[in-house]
Ligand binder design. Sequence first.
Ligand SMILES: Cc1cc2nc3c(=O)[nH]c(=O)nc-3n(C[C@H](O)[C@H](O)[C@H](O)COP(=O)(O)OP(=O)(O)OC[C@H]3O[C@@H](n4cnc5c(N)ncnc54)[C@H](O)[C@@H]3O)c2cc1C
Length: 268
Amino acid sequence: MSTTPPARLAKPAKAPQPVTLLTVEGKEQLSPGMVRIRFSGDLAAFAGTDWTDRYMKFIFGDPALLAQGERPTMRTYSVIAPDVAAGTLSVDFVVHGDEGVAGPWATAAQPGDTINVRGPNGAYTPDPSADWHLFAGDEAAIPAIRQSLAALPAGAQGYAVLQVEGPSYQQEVAVPEGVALTWLHRSDPAHPGLADAVRALPWREGRVHAFVHGEAQAVMHEIRPYLFTERAVPRADVSISGYWRQGRTEESFREWKAALARAEEAQA
Ligand SMILES: Cc1cc2nc3c(=O)[nH]c(=O)nc-3n(C[C@H](O)[C@H](O)[C@H](O)COP(=O)(O)OP(=O)(O)OC[C@H]3O[C@@H](n4cnc5c(N)ncnc54)[C@H](O)[C@@H]3O)c2cc1C
């Protein structure tokens, strides 16, 4: 009997993602910790994409490296209100000090500056047939959560839990009448963290559709086991991931994610 292992099927090569050149048109301070930049460009690549968590990669470096199979420095951001006909979109950047690439770039950006982006991609749109919705996240996820809330059908029920630094960091977020919005302030010792606040929500009857993103430790190690293990929510009904990791750049955060995936695969 042959002991030759079955030949592994080669993974189909991924189609190269489109790269779009964007020009900064204007800037608006949304809160002390967040700046909105309006961009223009030829948004053909965004046509027909309607995920409410649509995101793209800002390329800090030569985009030609991508064609050579190399990876320039890239940072991931949610896309706000792309208008393909008008050729406009916005991005809300967390301003988190001098560290990093994208945050400081956004702080310094001026009208006329240009930058390449790759994408878009996305995976989530709120399911109108869900009995209720759960949104939880920090500043980095507010743009995607805001757009998802705006896409809910009238009469939608649920919770949105948003964590920011303090009261002056809260932003305009419209919620349907049936969705209870809670703001959490990191600077207030009386406020729970994101995971404790999610745990404290009265669990509702029926099928939940959840969107939970933000700092990776809170999201992946604290909220994810609560939803999947304690509440037995089916994986298909949850969009959950770390959007950033305290103390790690996006590159070393990718290593953190890969290590977590390997550890979980080994346990499975
Ligand atoms: C799908 C997706 C969508 C995202 N959408 C948005 C968005 O719309 N707006 C947005 O601001 N971010 C968003 N993020 C998060 C963003 O990609 C990261 O915050 C990224 O690390 C920022 O890059 P940087 O160059 O500024 O900092 P990096 O070079 O990656 O990191 C430098 C330092 O800054 C810290 N840092 C990074 N991000 C934050 C933060 N948010 N708060 C505090 N400290 C931080 C890091 O821990 C590190 O110590 C999204 C991420 C994903 C995966």
